[in-house]
Design a protein around this ligand. Structure first.
Ligand code: KG4
Ligand code: ZN
Length: 321
């Protein structure tokens, strides 16, 4: 089995996945609460917490799978993009484990990991497909022809979709990270109450900074009691604008590229309105939408392993090349 390790942001995660895509264990320890009081992830705090959590999370994954390190044949680890200090904790742990047991190591790109969340059982998706990857750090349209990679056909020019959800949630007093909370509150609101525009940029790119500013102006002018009364309507309308932009662009790209199948991955793929609007798309299982290590181990099934001990000099990278 493949041991996956993921520490690119504020989730410490370990998973065990078989060569043919059975997820035997998938343990995610979120640090969200730790960072909530700062209103965002504090990189140095995240690194230190990964250091404390790496071993217990790994132990729990092995226990869940009823396995020991003797059963691990390959170690897979995220080496970027993400917070560099956070990545280095996972990468160092993976190197140490692989080295101590003379195992090969597969470095995995976090974004390829998100796509590979679609390749696990019980319903693995087969390329080709057009993949919308919408998370806290990225909003990408990917043309996926093989299990091993993808071609970027669209990206965000400013904020990521998840970032727009989080900033909107903060403006509405829903805490951090607020995407899921905004999703919940929006269920009681009228999505047509406010007309939030989303910029239409050329090609298949996205832009979410304008919609955030529009919400800021509306919220700023509301007295506190009025804001409380309109919160659900604001959340529903704001969510509608983001989801509409994602869906329109994705459908337009699929039509132009002649791709029959659409898939959605990343944290925002957990959004209920997006899941509903793209009901005909392949959706990653909910627990594999937000950051996890099962998707990293899954991606490693399609990447060449680096033999022992050549990976010891491997470095992490903060941003995609
Ligand atoms: O993929 P992910 O866990 O981490 C990154 O790689 O960024 O995505 C996290 C993002 C956050 O911005 C979070 O607010 C958003 O996904 N998110 C949601 C929902 N659940 C998580 N956004 C909208 N609706 C949700 N239900
Ligand atoms: Zn992610």
């Amino acid at each position: 089995m493949i041991l996956g390790i993921e520490t690119s942001c504020d989730e410490t995660a370990a998973a065990l996945v078989t060569r043919d895509g059975d997820v035997l264990a998938n343990v995610v320890s979120s640090q969200a609460e730790l960072h909530a009081r700062y209103g965002g992830v504090v990189p140095e705090v995240a690194s230190r917490r990964h250091l404390e959590l790496a071993a217990p999370v790994l132990a729990e994954a092995l226990e869940q799978a009823g396995a020991t390190l003797d059963d691990v044949e390959t170690v897979a680890v995220t080496h970027g993009p993400g917070l560099i200090g956070a990545l280095l904790v996972g990468l160092s742990a993976a190197k140490a484990l692989a080295w101590s047991r003379r195992l090969p190591l597969v470095p995995v790109d976090h974004l390829h990991g998100h796509v590979a969340s679609l390749y696990v059982k019980p319903e693995p998706l087969e390329p080709p497909f057009l993949c919308l990857l919408a998370s806290g750090g990225h909003t990408l349209l990917l043309d996926v022809e093989t299990h091993a990679g993808y071609e970027v056909v669209g990206t965000t020019l400013d904020d990521a979709a998840g970032e727009a959800f989080d900033k909107g949630a903060r403006l509405l007093g829903l805490g951090y990270p607020g995407g899921a909370a905004l999703d919940r509150v929006a269920r009681d609101g009228d999505p047509e109450a406010y007309a939030f525009p989303v910029a239409r940029v050329p090609g298949f790119d996205f832009s979410f900074s304008g919609v955030k500013t529009a919400l800021l102006y509306d919220v700023r002018d509301l007295p506190a009691d009025e804001l409380a009364r309109r919160r659900a309507d604001l959340a529903a309308s704001y969510q509608r604008a983001i989801v509409r932009a994602l869906v329109e662009r994705t459908r337009a790209a699929a039509a132009e590229l002649g791709t029959r199948r659409i898939a959605v991955v990343g944290g925002v793929a957990a959004n209920s309105e997006l899941r509903h609007a793209l009901g005909d798309a392949a959706l990653a299982p909910l627990e594999l939408c937000t950051d996890n290590a099962a998707m990293i181990a899954s991606a490693a099934r399609y990447a060449p392993p680096i033999p022992f001990p050549e990976y010891l000099a491997l470095d992490a990278y903060a941003t995609a090349a």
